[in-house]
Structures are given as structure tokens and as C-alpha cells.
Design a protein around this ligand. Structure first.
Ligand code: UDP
Length: 330
């Protein structure tokens, strides 16, 4: 298999690159290194089946160069992170809309299977007590910068679906729910690397709002094999799949567990949303995936426990040259 990974030097992309190289693929990584870094690929640097192309998904000729000969594309490149989206809504729209269309066009030219990395953000302000199924959606206002990402990714999904229905391009949509693990940076707002870093430095842990909002964190080592299996399953074409964790935890509890587990002397500070992200910010109160669809089709089942995820993230931040992620090497 010849595989292109856009955003392959990012957090999830670098784990996927390693996984596919271990499987024997020829892997090309296209990354503009805006939020990703070559350091993330250090364990596979110089690999004979790895090609790195530096460039943006907005650069059509770079995308064409990188995709030449590819059988499949994992389109992970995007402007991500609530902090970054709130600060740079235009960048998010341009990269996530125009860039995806360019990648879809290029995939069509070489008839590659195309997996679109989407997000649980597309569920918007879903506050229901039910588990979130693939068909649920409550849009946030496009005038609130937080929802820019959700709006763009929602349209990306519509594009992927339309390429499937119009051209027969084999597309698979995957909505990832708070994927975490080694190499994820807290710089763009992600809560786990943020809180773990604060705990390791014995600084106060910043919990936004009342801390009772919940998430189901999933581990990159569980998610990556499922991405690959979904791409290999013809009945996945034109469909969307949730991939999330199975433990619902409040952010306050997450902070307590991190402090306990890491033997930190930190305390917890509640920070009002307006102070964290600016006035009028809207959070998602509850975000719980229904993973049944991916479980039925490719046997997806999250197995890594929250405590293990936190320890692996902490090890990644502590180690001078970064950790070997043992879960991924098994
Ligand atoms: N959060 C927090 N402290 C932080 C960063 C985030 O309490 O330092 C909260 C955030 O408001 C949200 C949850 O943690 O309720 C998850 O945030 P993240 O940005 O990781 O993901 P998302 O909001 O997309 O689920």
C-alpha cells in the first residue's frame, strides 16, 4: 500500500505514520509544520519507506506531488484546538474548507481511498442525555468563533459525502472524540496535556467553568488501528463513524485524578469561561459517543484506561527526548 497522510507530523498523524510503516506501507507525509513537528517523527526519521513533503494542503501543486501514486489518503491536516480556533477563526475556515476540497480533488485524480478526519465538534451544542449517534446534530451559531471549526468540518463531511455520491470517490468519515496521548501539545487548548503539564510543574490546574462538563477521552493507540481498518472496509465508504472513549468523566474529576496519579502538589483553580476564551464562549456540557457503528463494522473497542493515558502523556512530557509509546509497539 502507498499511503499519504496529510498532517502526518502532527500528534495523531505521527502515530499513524509509525503504525503504517510497521505494517509495511510506503508512507508519504505532507505537513506544513505549523502545529506539527519533525520531532514527532523522530523515531521513524530516515525510514526507507517514509517520504516527507513540507507544504500546505492549500498548495494544490504540493498536494498533487505528495499524492502521486497513492492508494489511500488519511486527511488529518487541519487547523485544530479550541484555543487556536477562537484566536484564528479565518485560518480555521480556509484550511479546513478549501484545503479539504483540494485534497479531495487530488484524491479523485489518482482514485485513492480518502479518510476524512472529522470531529465530535460537529455535534455542536448537543446537550442530550443520550449517547451521541452519528445522525444527531445541533448547530452552534456561526457567529461564535468556537463553532467555526464545527461548521467547517461539517461542510467537509458534506463534501466527502458528495464526492462519494457524485464521483464514486471512496470516502470514509471519522469523528474523533477527544483523542489524547503522547506528543499532543497543550498549546492549542487541549485539556489533558494542559492539566498534566500543570500537575508536573506543581502549578494550579486550570479547570474552566464549573468543571462538571464531561468528555470521553480516547487513546491514540486505540484509535489509530481503527482508522486503518475503517479505510479497508468497503461498506464504510460514504459513511461516518464515531471513535471515542467509553468512560465519561468530568473535567474536575480528570484534574483530581491527574494530581493524585502524578503525586503533584498542585491545587485546582476554577476559571470562568469568559476569562479562558473571551466573552460569550459556549462549551459542550456533555459529549458521549455511541461507538456501536465502528464496533460492529471493524471491532473498535477502546481499551486503554484513563489512568494509563494520563501516565503516558506525563511520561511523554517528562522524558527529555520523548517516550517510546509502549502501547503502540505491541
Ligand atoms: N478545559 C479546561 N482547562 C484547560 C483546557 C480545557 O477545563 O486548561 C476544558 C474545556 O473548557 C472543555 C474540556 O476541558 O470543557 C475539554 O477541552 P478541550 O479543548 O481539550 O476539548 P473540547 O472542548 O474540544 O472537548
Amino acid at each position: 500500500m502507498r499511503t499519504l497522510i496529510t498532517g502526518g507530523a502532527g500528534f495523531i498523524g505521527s502515530h499513524l505514520s509509525e503504525y503504517l510503516l510497521r505494517q509495511g506501507d510506503h508512507v508519504t507525509v505532507l505537513d506544513d509544520l505549523s502545529t506539527g513537528s519533525l520531532h514527532n517523527l523522530r523515531d521513524v526519521a530516515g525510514h526507507e519507506r517514509l517520504t516527507f513533503v513540507e507544504g500546505s494542503i492549500l498548495d494544490r501543486s504540493k498536494v498533487r506531488e505528495a499524492i502521486a501514486g497513492a492508494d489511500r489518503v488519511f486527511h488529518l491536516a487541519a487547523a485544530v484546538g479550541v484555543r487556536r480556533i477562537v484566536d484564528h477563526p479565518l485560518e480555521s475556515l480556509r484550511t479546513n474548507l478549501h484545503g479539504t476540497e483540494i485534497v479531495l480533488d487530488a484524491a479523485r485524480e489518482v482514485n485513492a481511498i480518502m479518510l476524512l478526519a472529522s470531529t465530535s465538534e460537529v455535534y455542536g451544542k448537543n446537550t442530550s442525555d443520550r449517547l451521541t449517534e452519528e445522525s444527531d446534530r445541533i448547530l452552534g451559531s456561526p457567529l461564535k468563533s468556537r463553532w467555526t471549526y464545527a461548521a467547517a468540518k461539517g461542510i467537509d463531511e458534506a463534501f466527502a459525502s458528495a464526492y462519494w455520491h457524485t464521483y464514486g470517490l471512496r470516502t470514509v468519515i471519522v469523528r474523533m472524540f477527544n483523542t489524547i496521548g503522547p506528543r499532543q501539545t497543550g498549546a492549542y487548548g487541549m485539556v489533558v496535556p494542559n492539566l498534566v503539564g500543570q500537575a508536573l510543574r506543581d502549578e494550579p490546574l486550570t479547570v474552566f467553568g464549573d468543571g462538571l462538563q464531561t468528555r470521553c477521552f480516547s487513546y491514540v493507540g486505540d484509535v489509530v488501528p481503527a482508522l486503518v481498518r475503517l479505510c479497508e472496509e468497503p461498506s464504510a465508504y460514504g459513511e461516518a463513524f464515531n471513535l471515542g472513549g467509553d468512560l465519561e468523566v468530568s473535567i474536575l474529576r480528570l484534574a483530581e485524578v491527574a494530581i493524585e496519579l502524578l503525586g503533584s502538589r498542585s491545587t485546582i483553580t476554577l476559571v470562568p469561561y469568559a476569562q479562558a476564551y473571551g466573552p460569550g464562549f459556549e462549551d459542550m456540557r456533555r459529549r458521549v459517543p455511541d461507538n456501536t457503528k465502528a464496533e460492529r463494522l471493524v471491532g473498535y473497542r477502546p481499551t486503554t484506561r484513563l489512568e494509563q493515558m494520563i501516565l503516558n502523556v506525563a511520561a511523554s512530557q517528562s522524558a527529555a527526548e520523548g517516550p517510546r509509546d509502549t502501547d503502540l509497539t505491541t
